[in-house]
Structure formats: structure tokens, C-alpha cells
Design a protein around this ligand. Structure first.
Ligand SMILES: [Cu+2]
Length: 836
């Protein structure tokens, strides 16, 4: 958990939010410090009379609210997270003001300098071209603008007019979106929504006034182009700007795999990325670290391995390099870093070797300065921070992806290198245990003991951070080596760092009031939903193509309540508008255009509908989540026609095609006893699967089954289907087969149509029931890909036709496995499995 200090503070309720009708206002009050009881947020059964660590998970204990009062508060809350009271856990407002005071003092008076030129038109010419890069292990295609990755930094001053000429030299369509900018809708750069895509060979001019300031960025909004180089900084200076050395810091990641292939593999629940990252969380690993029970519970709840990121990347980049050096800074110098996360799917931890990091702005909006030891920058967020170069040495500003597999660095100053503290590896099974506690059998996140997780107050992943919750439980072997036989040595845990100050949204305070102008208030609620196994991401279990635009009126105020009922963080981004992230700063809640929402979090954002019209995208900024359809379109009611979209119907169909796309996968086992394989075409709801077993002789037989099904429900555990079954097998003389239901089997020769359904049971076992048109019935149980070890998978199948199969597979690389199996029809086989 963030920011819990050893002297755990009294739980407090603060509500300073400007109130619309039917909201309850709770006065600021601190409870009496009598009869203090501390408990673990994850393990409510743990009760202690003093602060400390949870013996079960190592999380800091939090003060339990006075029981009676807590119950009353819960009553007042409606069950569906309807109250907007902001609960602040363990974060005294006093602590924050003290931090702000110190940060301001340490920053000192920063001189400003006026813009050297009057407002003018600033023109950039951007040429988009294919290129070949070597960021990873081999040369790969990328897209460069004016020959560079990242794209050029575009700099303006508030009051200027931007005129950006874009020349598309690619063989495919493209577009550019100006992230976080207030601009006319038709300049927003979303193909098929605000403009038609820029055709190959075409030139397109974006022209709009610069009416704001701050650190922003721009990127392609076409397909997956953002992943392969189409991101750049977009900086708008104030007319009176800080006179302090400033370095733009654009973070990104690189994969040697084509992004389309990344997307396809994510959709196919292929765990190659986990193998590459060493995060498979297999049964042997579970047993070795004493977490077998955790693993079983996890699969019982129908979850696959726990992870904080989806994709394996070869390299992480700062301004297009893994190591970015800025030697010009001397001892005592302050540097402003304008940081933007241009990664497609990676959140980054930032920490610094030269002392505290002073956060001064987020998403282009100034905040009261705060000093932190580290912060996490979510996908597409921006932060302005000030750091000091303490001595004539080179200090590392370390950039670590959230999964902590690798890192990238920015070096400030010259001379002896001073490294920042590396982030230790995540304790995945601790995370899995936490997820088990948070998830009920219906796949819903359960709220624990009336606690509302809001605004990054509770970083659930804290249980996985060794630097906060202590090192991974040592194995028996290690204990013997160190002579430590105490087993649960709590004193060891307590020696870990208590004082790491991590930024969270509660610490962001706007320097001026951000309350919205008077207007009609309207409230909308969205649940962030998803299915990890099939990689489907949605809002309220609906993807963009399944929903209509949400109509809004100019002049009204929108309050949007977002509840993350999925297992991953989602950075939700609104185009063309900033919103207030409602926090305990009340009227001074910060303005942002991205809100990173952690699992189980309930957040409130508010924005004023101030644009004259247009369609504005609201979506998760993880590229592969967005392409899966996790978003909505806010559409102003006045029927202004966008001249950039001549055929609105066609455009909408094209926009919808992103999340309707079918992905293919196929595999075949070339074995000593025959061929055994499958091919699948699937999208958000539909699945077409064909399986075959082709023996090398008539006695072994030939068979194929095809199912066309549609997944039902948020968890997609249920799939009704229609099927077609063909088989031929020469029977032994006099061999008559009956199935377990007493029906005569027609295995020798049949061509049957069927209807049936598949249902995912606990332990991820699939139960399938099927009725054929001759009246025969078949039930089948099967499970694939049981992770035995990091690279070994087991599977089995058994059905009422007295057929059975068991297999073991060793994964050689992303396309090949060695497999042994036993099949009731085809006997024992050894083979090589090729998958696509
Ligand atoms: Cu997302």
C-alpha cells in the first residue's frame, strides 16, 4: 500500500467535493484515538492492537474504523458504490501540506522568462516513412517520422497556431492524434471518427490554435502503428515559462514481434510472453515456493497466471535509446524532466539516484509540488518533475517497466556513475494470493470490509513488492544454509524500508480551484470489465462496436464513476477535455486527461462539456485493450456535420471493425500415430473451432469436429454452439460399441450435426455436452495447458463415448513443442507440435 507510515494514522473521511443534488455530505472528522485496532486490508481476520505488518502477507496493517460507525457508514452507502465521499486512508492532509511546503522550499524561487516571440503560426512538416531498426535482437520494420524514432518533438507557445503538414509515405493509412489537446474535433486525429485516415501518398494539414500549455505528446491512432515508432513529444510553453534546463523524456518499449502478431497471441491465450518473462507461475514453481494451495485456489477460481503486464518486450527506451545521456549538468543544477509515457502497454516506475523527485505537473496541468521517492507513470500519462544533480557525477534516472523484467536509464551530469536503486523482482505468488482473496467464484472483485479503494490509495500490488513487504519467503534449503529455522521470522520483514514515498493521485493538488462552472449535472457509471483468458476488454461488458455514442450537451457537467472489476489496471483517456480527478483535495482536485484505475478501484471524474460539438473518444490507452474495444464515444447532441467524414455510416462501420476483427490460431501435432490438430477463428463473442484426428490407418480412424459458438456473459465461461462431426473408423469384426449412456455408438462411420454447450468449470476444466441429430448424446470433460513447469504443459480429455486422451507437451519455442500423448483410438504417440 502506498504511503503507509509506521505510525499509522487515524482513518479519516473527507468530503469537499462540490455536491450535486442527492449527494450526501460527510463532514471532515477524525475519529478518537481510543481503543485502536489494526487490521490487514487483505486479511480482515488479522487483528492487532498496534500497527505493524500482516503476518500472512506482509502488508502494513491499517487502523480499523470504529466498528459501529463503519457499519452506519456502510448503510448510508448504497450497495453499488454510489457514494462519492472520499475516504482517505492513512493520508493526513497535514502530511501532504507539509510535503508541499518542503517541496516549495527546496524548489526555491524559480526564475521565469517571457516568450521571445509574439503569438505566431508555427509550422512543422512531418514525413511518415517505413524504416528498419535494430532495437532488439534483429532488424525489424518500424515507422519513422522525418527519419527518427521517437517522432520529432513539437514545441509551441500558448497563443500560437499550430500548422502541421503530414505526408504519408507508407503503403498503409495513417493518422496523428494530439494527446491531451483542446482543439476542434475534426483536428483530433482519430480515423473514422473525427477524420478519414490519411491515405498512402497523401498530404494532410492539421491546423489548430494552441490554447493551453504543458507537457503532452502525439501518436498515430491508426491500427497498431503507435507500437512501432509513431510517438513524439508535444510541448506547449507558457508565455511566461520557467527558466530552468528542461529535458523531454519520452518513454516507450520495443518488441521484435510484429504488433499484429502480439495482438493475435494475446487473443489466443498463448503464454509464450510469460515464459520469456519467467512469470508462468507453474505448479512446480508453486510447490517450490510453498504456494501450492495458492495456485490451486487460483485455478479453482478459474484464473490463469497473475501478471501486471501482458507483452514481452525486447527493449525499453528513453527518447529512443536504452541509455540516454545528458552530461551537460553540473553540481547543484536543477533539471525539469517533461516525461511522457509513449509505451503501448507498459506502465513505468521512475526513481532517481540523486535524491527526491519533485512532481510539479501531471498531464500538462500544474500541481502543487510534492517530493516523492518514486512514481508510477501509467500508459500515456505525462508528468513534469524537477530533480537536482547533487554533485559533479552522472546520476541515473531509472525507468523500470511495472513487471520489472528489464529497465532503461536517463543519466544526468557527467563523471562517476551513480546508479539508482534497482527494483527487485515481483513476488508473483503473493499477487496471486491477493487476487484469490479479491475475487469471488463468480469472477467479481469483492470489496473488503467496507473499504472503498479510491484514487490509487491502495496499491493492491504492494504485496508483490519485496522492497515494501519483505523478501520472498526463503525456501527450506536457503533457511538451512543461513541457519534460520524460525520459519515465520517477522522481525526480518520489519527491517524492510518503511519510508519509500510513492506518488499517488491523492497527493495531486491543483494550485487553483478546479470546480466546474454552473450547469446541469449528469452522472454516468461504467464498470471496467474484461476476460483475461480470451483477452476481451470492455466497459459494462460491451465493446465499442456493440454500443451507441453517448450523447452529451454543451454546457452540462458530466460526472463519471468508474469501477474497475477486472484484474488489470486501465489508464482511461478522454479526448479533447481535461477532467477533475475527484480526490481529497476537494475544490483543488487535479485536472488530468488520463486516469489510471487499479483493480477494485472506484474513481470519480468530472468534466465540463465545453466543446461546440463533435465525437470524442473515451478509451483505455493500453493499445491492445483499445483495439479490443474498451471504450465509448461521447458525442455532442447538436447535429453539426463533420466535413472530414463524408460518409458517416461507412466510417462507423470501419471504426467498429477494430474490435470485431477475427484472430486465427492453428496447431498440428505430427506424431508417430497420426495427426492431431485444431484451427480456431475467434473474436469478442464468436468462436469457430475445427479439431481433427487423422490416423495413419483405417483402424485408427479419421475424425473431425467443428463447433461454431458464441460466448455468453462477462466471464465468457459459457458457450452454446452448433457442431458438425465427421468420423470414419474400421471396427474389429464383431466389435459393437456402446457409449456410457447405453446408446449404440456410430464411431465407424458418421456425419452428424449437433447442438451443445461448453462451460468452464473450476480448475479451468471445460464441460461440454452435445446432442447429435441421431439422438446420441455426448458429455466430455477436458483441460488443456495445465502448467506443470515453466515449459511443460499437461492436458486430458475423457467423454461418454469411452474415449480418452492425456498428453504432455514441452514448449521448445514460440512455434514448436515436443509432445507425447495417449489416445483411446490412436494409442501412444510421440510427435512435434507446430502452432501458429
Ligand atoms: Cu485497459
Amino acid at each position: 500500500m502506498n504511503l503507509v507510515k509506521e505510525k499509522t494514522k487515524v482513518k479519516k473521511k473527507v468530503a469537499k467535493t462540490p455536491k450535486p443534488k442527492n449527494d450526501t455530505v460527510t463532514a471532515v472528522k477524525a475519529e478518537q484515538k481510543t481503543a485502536e485496532v489494526y487490521t490487514c486490508p487483505m486479511h480482515p481476520e488479522v487483528i492487532s492492537d498496534k500497527p505493524g505488518k500482516c503476518p500472512k502477507c506482509g502488508m502494513n496493517l491499517v487502523k480499523k474504523a470504529n466498528e459501529v460507525e463503519a457499519i452506519e457508514e456502510n448503510k448510508a452507502d448504497s450497495e453499488n458504490h454510489e457514494n462519492h465521499d472520499v475516504q482517505v486512508m492513512n493520508m493526513e492532509t497535514d502530511d501532504l501540506s507539509a510535503n508541499i511546503t518542503t517541496a516549495k522550499k527546496n524548489l526555491g524561487k524559480i526564475k521565469t522568462v517571457a516568450a521571445s516571440q509574439p503569438p505566431r503560426t508555427v509550422r512543422y512538416d512531418l514525413h511518415i516513412r517505413d524504416t528498419v531498426v535494430l532495437f532488439g535482437k534483429r532488424k525489424k520494420r518500424a515507422i519513422a517520422v522525418n527519419g527518427q524514432i521517437p517522432m520529432p518533438t513539437l514545441t509551441f507557445t500558448e497563443g500560437d497556431i499550430a500548422e502541421i503538414h503530414v505526408y504519408n509515405h507508407l503503403k498503409e493509412e495513417s493518422s496523428l492524434h494530439w494527446h491531451g489537446l483542446f482543439l476542434p474535433n475534426q483536428m483530433d486525429g482519430v480515423p473514422f471518427l473525427t477524420q478519414m485516415p490519411i491515405k498512402p501518398g497523401a498530404e494532410y494539414v492539421y491546423r489548430f490554435p494552441i490554447v493551453q500549455h504543458g507537457t503532452h505528446w502525439y501518436h498515430s491512432h491508426s491500427g497498431l502503428q503507435e507500437q512501432i515508432g509513431m510517438y513524439g513529444m508535444f510541448i506547449m510553453n507558457k508565455r511566461e515559462e520557467w527558466d530552468i534546463p528542461t529535458v523531454p523524456v519520452l518513454l516507450s518499449e520495443w518488441t521484435d514481434m510484429k504488433p499484429e502478431e502480439v495482438h493475435r497471441r494475446l487473443k489466443n491465450a498463448n503464454d509464450w510472453f510469460a515464459i520469456k518473462k519467467g512469470t508462468t507461475q507453474s505448479y512446480t514453481e508453486a510447490i517450490a515456493s510453498g504456494h501450492l494451495g495458492t495456485k490451486v485456489t487460483n485455478e479453482w477460481k478459474r484464473m490463469t497466471a497473475m501478471d501486471v503486464s501482458d507483452v514481452y518486450y525486447e527493449k525499453f527506451l528513453v527518447n529512443g535509446q536504452n541509455q540516454d545521456e545528458h552530461p551537460q549538468f553540473k553540481a547543484g543544477g536543477k533539471v525539469r524532466l517533461r516525461i511522457a509515457n509513449g509505451g503501448a502497454s507498459t506502465n513505468f516506475w521512475l526513481n532517481y539516484a540523486g535524491g527526491k523527485i519533485t512532481v510539479v505537473a501531471s498531464d500538462g496541468n500544474d500541481v502543487e509540488p510534492v517530493e516523492v521517492d518514486r512514481l508510477l507513470i501509467a500508459v500515456s500519462e505525462t508528468y513534469d518533475v524537477v530533480v537536482t544533480v547533487p554533485d559533479n557525477k552522472s546520476y541515473e534516472f531509472l525507468v523500470t517497466p511495472e513487471d520489472r523484467t528489464k529497465s532503461a536509464s536517463l543519466w544526468l551530469g557527467s563523471g562517476e556513475k551513480v546508479s539508482a536503486t534497482k527494483l527487485p523482482r515481483l513476488k508473483y505468488f503473493e499477487g496471486m494470493k491477493m487476487m484469490n482473496n479479491m475475487m469471488d467464484m463468480n469472477g467479481n472483485m469483492v470489496e473488503m470490509d467496507g473499504m472503498k479503494m479510491q484514487n490509487q490509495i491502495m496499491d493492491m500490488n504492494t504485496v508483490m513488492y519485496p522492497e515494501i513487504t519483505g523478501a520472498e519467503k526463503s525456501t527450506q534449503k536457503n533457511k538451512e544454509q543461513t541457519g534460520d529455522h524460525s520459519g515465520h521470522d517477522m522481525s526480518k520483514m520489519n527491517t524492510t524500508s518503511q519510508n519509500i514515498v510513492t506518488l499517488n493521485y491523492e497527493m495531486l493538488r491543483a494550485p487553483k480551484k478546479t470546480t466546474l462552472p454552473d450547469g446541469n449535472w449528469r452522472e454516468l457509471k461504467f464498470e471496467l470489465t474484461g476476460n483475461m483468458n480470451r483477452y476481451v476488454w470492455s466497459l459494462d461488458n460491451k465493446v465499442v462496436s456493440e454500443t451507441d455514442n453517448i450523447l452529451i450537451k454543451k454546457g452540462e457537467n458530466l460526472r463519471i464513476i468508474l469501477y474497475n472489476n477486472s484484474m488489470m489496471r486501465h489508464p482511461m483517456h478522454l479526448h479533447g477535455h481535461d477532467f477533475r480527478v475527484v480526490n481529497s483535495q476537494g475544490e483543488y482536485s487535479p485536472m488530468k486527461n488520463i486516469i489510471d484505475i487499479m483493480p477494485m478501484e472506484l474513481d470519480t471524474i468530472e468534466f465540463a462539456a465545453t466543446e461546440p460539438g463533435g465525437d470524442w473518444f473515451f478509451h483505455c490507452h493500453i493499445l491492445y485493450h483499445m483495439m479490443s474495444g474498451m471504450g465509448r464515444v461521447f458525442s455532442y447532441e447538436n447535429p453539426s456535420v463533420n466535413p472530414e467524414i463524408p460518409n458517416a455510416k461507412l466510417a462507423r462501420r470501419k471504426l467498429n471493425s477494430d474490435d470485431r476483427e477475427f484472430h486465427i490460431m492453428a496447431e498440428n501435432d505430427f506424431a508417430t500415430n497420426g495427426n492431431d490438430g485444431m484451427a480456431m477463428l475467434a473474436n469478442t463473442r464468436w468462436s469457430v473451432v475445427s479439431e481433427w484426428r487423422l490416423g495413419y490407418n483405417d483402424m485408427h480412424g479419421y475424425e473431425s469436429e467443428t463447433h461454431i459458438g458464441r460466448y455468453v456473459g462477462r466471464n465468457q465461461w459459457f458457450m452454446p454452439f452448433v457442431g458438425f462431426d465427421f468420423r470414419y473408423r474400421k471396427m474389429e469384426h464383431g466389435e459393437a460399441e456402446e457409449n456410457l449412456l447405453g446408446q449404440v455408438n456410430t464411431k465407424d462411420k458418421r456425419a452428424q450435426v449437433s447442438i451443445g454447450a461448453a462451460y468452464t468449470l473450476p480448475m479451468l476444466v471445460i464441460l461440454q455436452g452435445e446432442v447429435y441429430h441421431d439422438g446420441n448424446v455426448r458429455f466430455q470433460l477436458m483441460r488443456e495447458d495445465i502448467p506443470i513447469s515453466p515449459r511443460i504443459r499437461a492436458g486430458f480429455m475423457v467423454n461418454t463415448d469411452k474415449e480418452y486422451m492425456a498428453d504432455l507437451r514441452y514448449i521448445l519455442d514460440k512455434n514448436f513443442s515436443a509432445r507425447i500423448h495417449y489416445d483411446s483410438d490412436m494409442d501412444f504417440g510421440v510427435g512435434l507440435t507446430i502452432n501458429y
